[in-house]
Design a protein around this ligand. Structure first.
Ligand code: FAD
Length: 561
């Protein structure tokens, strides 16, 4: 269908919503934009942005009309028409990803065009314009995601772990896509035939209506959608940040906003562990809570607004630390040089070897026992798994408010792994029962965990209990294997920093400077460790964010050394 005869879906939205999504710039604001770009005439039918283009221009319409359309299998779909004072733009302009739409002049007129660098300069220096643009960009992206107006289609099944992985990967990267559920959607056969795929191939990703990827890895999805396009190896960066959890994202925002050339490398998607939290209630400034994904999504855009480069679905596999500049090698073979490095690779909670564990994470399986989890449990019976101090503290704490507490340990006693004072408290507490030589063997439930089965390894006795809350306190492993001994670690592999480093450790690392390591600096000068990966960190989002920002203030000192 010809787009000129179509009505845009957003013509029907409320005036308040329209004002936020498609604000009209005032004459004064337009004059300020003009200072960063070029004015020119555009003729009717001229395509300013093609679907799939990179390096997208930011455009303000001064006269005439600009239409945004999307190519679909059945022709062009009109999304919105911009008129005088409106501007064309989306977060893809800042992240340098492909355009999901075609922008074409419907009626000839005058426009102002800015390239990506000028747009970045403008949003960073003009606070009022920055606010208007960033709000519109974020709201537009939310609408695209809600409507599935992207360049990716996922064909999958709700019973497939691969489908869940790809959907999570796209969502956590803020990429709009549409989803066809082979178990429930009608007309599926037609799609399968058209792309010559079989139901057994699921999950399938149809990328830009062209490429069909069968059960692709996250790396393949990222490559197909062009997430990392334009990131160059050649030049020396001021700082490379490895990991985009709260600590890495915080470092990225501070580094880029303070003018440092900044590259972030992230294995999966921004957010880290916090990204998997459905509601964070203890982060300052969010009295009603915020989902980890929303918090991470905002920080991700914020870092890009200031010009940080983000490399997604790529793992750092080596740090060359015996000479400067430091080199970070990525799993696809690329190598990046950096004056300083911030390691923010976090930790991974040890998981139980139970098949469907991830289904109940946050819905009965918890990795922390704070007042929030205790509140969720109410007076119900709970299980704590683990024999370390964190498990002991959790059991004692929970027993104060929940129903009976069961501690499950694989060994035959707590003595070797838990402090004496905690063991005594557990022994004296009638609400706590210790089950030695015991392992969880099954979890059941529909959405929320409902039943738990455990087995005594010595007697073989199996117990099946109606318990809806299990606390896994079996410790966390730091993501430091890739460092290959480049920086001193504690016994568990967490990175030691600042005054925690002993003279012996510094001597072993051949610390070359007369000054002692700065706060959060590892045994390598200019290599920092922040957040959960750091020995002694408190494993909280707020501390990760704080450490990320402090490390950058010290990076400045090192760059001036
Ligand atoms: C389910 C859950 C709920 C939580 N809820 C709360 C809460 O409500 N409040 C609170 O304060 N804390 C909470 N926490 C703890 C909090 O999330 C962590 O303390 C915080 O995320 C640590 O941030 P980080 O950036 O140091 O590490 P992480 O969040 O672990 O992020 C590290 C990042 O590094 C990436 N990475 C790892 N290795 C590499 C590599 N080699 N190359 C590239 N990238 C790599 C990972 O993919 C990850 O994205 C929760 C944790 C979980 C698991």
């Amino acid at each position: 269908m010809n787009s000129a005869s179509q009505k845009a879906p957003w013509e029907t939205i409320s005036p308040e919503q329209r004002e936020k999504l498609f604000p009209i710039l005032t004459a004064d604001q337009i004059a300020r934009v003009a200072a960063y770009g070029k004015k020119r005439q555009a003729s009717a039918g001229e395509v300013l942005v093609e679907q799939g283009d990179y390096n997208l221009p930011f455009v303000v319409v001064l006269s005439g009309a600009l239409e945004l359309v999307r190519n679909t299998d059945v022709g062009e779909e009109l999304i919105v028409v911009y008129t005088a004072g409106n501007f064309l733009g989306d977060v893809n302009m800042l992240s340098n990803r492909r355009s999901l739409m075609r922008a074409r002049m419907r009626d000839a007129g005058e426009i102002i065009e800015l390239d990506r660098r000028s747009l970045q300069g403008m949003v960073q220096s003009d606070a009022e314009l920055g606010d208007i643009l960033m709000r519109a960009f974020i709201l537009r992206r939310i609408e695209l995601i809600a409507h599935g107006w992207g360049d990716a289609v996922v064909l999958g099944s709700s019973n497939s772990a691969g489908t869940l992985r790809i959907r999570e990967f796209l969502s956590r990267n803020g990429h709009p896509y549409s989803y066809i559920d082979l178990d429930h959607d009608s007309g599926v056969q037609e799609v399968l035939d058209r792309f010559q795929v079989d139901a057994r191939d699921v999950p399938v990703l149809i990328c830009r209506s062209k490429l069909v990827l069968r059960n692709p890895t996250n790396e393949q999805v990222a490559d197909c959608l062009g997430f990392n396009e334009g990131i160059e190896q050649g030049h020396l960066r001021d700082v490379i940040i490895v990991g985009a959890g709260p600590a890495g994202l915080s470092s990225a925002v501070y580094a880029a906003s303070e003018g440092l050339s900044t590259l972030v490398v992230e294995t999966t998607a921004p957010g880290g562990q916090a990204g998997s939290s459905s509601k964070i209630e203890n982060y300052l400034g969010f009295p009603t809570g915020i989902s980890g994904q929303e918090l991470a999504g905002r920080a991700y855009i914020q870092a890009q607004k200031f010009g940080a480069e983000m490399m997604i679905a790529r793992r750092a596999i080596r740090l060359t630390c015996d000479r400067k500049p430091y080199m970070i090698e990525i799993d696809d073979g690329m190598r990046f040089a950096a004056r300083t490095v911030v390691i923010a690779t976090g930790a991974q909670y040890r998981k139980l070897p139970v098949e469907n564990l991830t289904r109940f994470e946050g819905a009965g399986i918890y990795y922390g026992a704070t007042a929030i989890e205790a509140q969720v449990c109410g007076r119900e019976e709970v299980v704590v798994i683990g024999g370390g101090n964190s498990a002991g503290q959790a059991a004692v704490f929970l027993s104060g408010t929940t129903g009976p507490v069961h501690i499950l340990i694989r060994s035959d006693a707590l003595a070797k792994t838990m402090s004496r004072y905690l063991i005594r408290r557990i022994e004296e507490n009638p609400a706590i029962t210790l089950h030695t030589n015991t392992e969880i063997t099954a979890l059941e439930g529909n959405g929320q965990l409902e039943r738990v089965q455990w087995r005594n390894k010595q007697t073989g006795k199996v117990e099946d209990r109606t318990i809806r809350h299990v606390f896994v306190m079996t410790g966390a492993n730091p993501n430091t294997q890739w460092l290959n001994g480049c920086a001193a670690q504690d016994k568990q592999g967490f990175l030691k920093t600042g005054s925690a480093l002993t003279q012996e450790e510094l001597a072993n690392a051949r610390w070359p400077l007369s000054r002692a390591p700065f706060l959060f600096e590892t045994s390598r000068p200019g290599v920092f460790a922040v957040g959960d990966v750091r020995s002694g960190n408190t494993k909280r989002i707020a501390s990760a964010v704080g450490e990320g920002s402090i490390a950058i203030s010290l990076v400045h000192q090192i760059l001036h050394e």
